[in-house]
Write a protein that binds this ligand. Structure first.
Ligand SMILES: Nc1nc2c(ncn2[C@@H]2O[C@H](COP(=O)(O)OP(=O)(O)OP(=O)(O)O)[C@@H](O)[C@H]2O)c(=O)[nH]1
Length: 387
């Protein structure tokens, strides 16, 4: 086994190891389909090198065409993975047009008018386009997260590598005029080296992104209530403190709503705990449907919910509370399942302008007093806090 042969195995081995790593990761986290995409991309690139370097020649040198196709497709697939992760549209049309045109020209320079240098040039231009197109799309749709910026820079780095690489084909003294010379050339060494560098940096960037995404998910899970899908008490307090601070800085009014489901013990007793859970879920959904992206809402106790409406007004907060109370009651009015008692809610409200030095805990206290008063007045009503 020659040293040359062993070196030619480096790139496909890298491709297969990275394919296996991403594939195993995907088996554990199947909802992340971009991991599967990346793994298939690495497998294709591995085949690209195997066809070129290690397979015996096929009819009419078809293995060289298969090699170009697998490599172009493989690199494009790896570069598409970040788009899929960020739910950015993949530029299918421009990428497939590039691939098909490149393949047609490559077949021409292999079979009709054989020219190795022209093939290297065409394959390189196509490769650069297959990186540039997803890169351009990613840069216009990415978010401002560390993982997104990392992926962007690694994509730019990959493009730079593959722009510099073909230039070496023309600078290196050992020729690329025949296939035997090519296999021995510094250029072919560079092809392997550049692929391995690109493959590993892309893999590291993707792995870092997967880890950061998982950490974000865990953090979100830790502050989310699984039943109502709203924030839990900790998540609500964190979000509400920040929103209240912003509202104070902008000298705007925030309103806090404290909602408690009425006689919930009897709902559980009459219809069972499962139905009680469903009612909590329904209530969470109504809150979500009434919220906009500034609203901070959480389930802060068993059947107690807090909603902070930052930069709100007395009227819009009253409308929010009225809608919440009415829509919730309406949901069960004609439901034959709830015969003897229908779920309702009482809501206490307090506005931050009543005390400029107000804090979240003071507002929660005041809203609780208003809620207590709503309960005392017969429940299923909205009550503002009064000194
Ligand atoms: N199904 C279900 N019930 C819950 C959950 N968390 C708390 N509860 C129930 O909510 C009920 C709250 O009862 P109470 O605090 O006595 O108040 P209430 O019956 O709602 O009466 P008022 O608040 O005075 O109108 C208890 O029976 C708890 O078991 C939950 O996650 N699911």
């Amino acid at each position: 086994m020659s040293g040359q042969f062993l070196i030619s195995l480096l790139s496909p081995t890298t491709g297969i190891i990275l394919f296996a790593a991403f594939f195993v990761l995907w088996l554990k986290k199947r909802e992340l389909s971009y991991i599967l995409t990346a793994s298939l991309g690495y497998l294709l690139t591995a085949f690209g090198f195997l066809f070129q370097d290690t397979f015996p020649p096929w009819l009419m040198n078809a293995q060289r065409i298969a090699s170009n196709l697998c490599f172009l497709l493989g690199v494009a697939t790896i570069l598409v993975a970040p788009l899929q992760r960020n739910k950015i549209a993949i530029p299918w049309i421009s990428m497939s047009t590039t691939l098909l045109s490149a393949m047609a020209i490559l077949v021409w320079f292999l079979l009709v008018s054989p020219n190795l240098v022209a093939r290297i040039a065409v394959a390189s231009i196509a490769l650069n386009l297959m990186i540039f197109l997803p890169l351009k799309q990613f840069s216009s749709g990415m978010q401002n997260r560390f993982s997104d910026r990392l992926l962007l820079w690694v994509m730019i780095f990959s493009l730079a590598i593959f722009i510099i690489r073909p230039l070496m084909a023309f600078w290196t003294p050992d020729g690329t005029d025949t296939y035997n010379a090519l296999d021995q050339s510094t250029y072919w060494g560079l092809v392997h080296f550049s692929f391995i560098v690109m493959a590993i940096t892309m893999a590291i960037a993707l792995m870092v992104s997967v880890s950061l995404d998982l950490m974000d998910d865990l953090k979100k899970e830790a502050i989310t209530d699984s039943l109502s899908k709203l924030s839990n008490r900790r998540g609500f307090e964190e979000g509400a403190e920040q929103a209240l601070q912003r509202s104070k800085t902008n000298a705007t009014i925030s309103v806090l709503l404290l909602a408690d489901l009425d006689r919930f013990k009897s709902i559980n007793d009459l219809y069972g705990h499962g139905t009680g859970d469903r009612v909590i879920r329904d209530f969470g959904q109504i809150i979500q449907s009434l919220s906009d992206n500034t609203t901070v809402a959480g389930r802060i106790g068993g059947e107690e919910f807090a909603i902070l409406l930052p930069e709100s007004s007395h009227e819009s907060a009253q409308a929010f509370a009225d809608n919440l109370r009415e829509q919730f009651q309406q949901l069960y009015l004609d439901n034959p399942e709830f015969t003897s008692s229908t779920p309702t809610t009482s809501i206490g409200l307090v506005s931050s302008n009543q005390n400029t030095e107000t804090t979240l805990s003071k507002m929660l206290n005041q809203a609780d007093k208003a809620l207590y008063s709503a309960k005392n007045k017969g429940r299923n009503r909205v009550q503002w806090y009064q000194d």
